[in-house]
Write a protein that binds this ligand. Sequence first.
Ligand code: UTP
Length: 292
Amino acid sequence: MSIKKAIFPVAGLGTRFLPVTKAQPKEMLPIVDKPAIQYVVEEAVQSGIEDFLFITGKDKRPLEDYFDHSGELEYHLEQQGKTELLELVRNIACMCQIYYVRQKKPLGLGHAVWCAKQHIGDEYFAVLLGDDIVDSDKPCLKQMIEVYEKTRRPVVAIRRVPREEVSSYGIIQGRPLGDGLWEVSDLVEKPHPDEAPSDLAVIGRYILPPEIFPVLEKLDPGRGGEIQLTDALRVLAQEEPIIGCEFQGIRYDVGTPKGLLVATIEMALSREDLSEELEQYLVQLVRKRDLL
Ligand code: UTP
């Protein structure tokens, strides 16, 4: 059986985006004109996922509203004959059926994943974090599902990062298997650059077995006092090989203001309706600030 269920943990507090996240989920921040979470949901749809579960928390209602019909808006657009816009908003509501489970306290990503236990049952599933957006010909999750189908092992998406940045990621220790695949023997959450076992960072895409749930259940809080998914993966790696998959594509870290700005500029530059004017503006800006 292939991967049909995916969970989207969206219950974090988004403190790196304060003050805007005081009253707005960070997943709803726009990249050009689409909220970040939509890029991730679209990736899952294009990867063949059929069952979508959001792990939500307090103040995340805008996410539910966004993926639902908006009767008043649709009626208004219909009355005005704005058929293209009508189709655009209807398609978002029809894109997929989303289930919701509430994480009652933000106790960490590992705990958020654990909250999906009942819904997932006894099958492998995917986890996608809204902090990472991947622009690629073949969706990142699809690339990972293909690896899962060949190996029948848990798969984590990995990417080389500059040494000085390893302390922002979960870093793997592993042995190369060829074709961008690694056998992961251990992981360290946010290590000091001098202590990192490699420069291969885990980014927000995982294919996990149901055996992760009892591991999560027994975990003590780790770094930052949170139940860490990385700690559960460490335990799992001791029991069976986990595969690290160096995926193809450009990855944007939209979990930080700088990353969100970079993604916004680059994605706007790839849009026909925006690229020319934006490029002209950027050239003027570089000249004005004497940057070259
Ligand atoms: P982050 O570590 O980026 O935390 O979580 P955060 O709260 O979203 O953001 P900052 O660091 O305060 O700015 C990684 C992912 O795990 C989810 C987040 O929503 C994000 O998608 N998460 C984190 C939960 O669902 N629950 C939690 O308790 C913690």
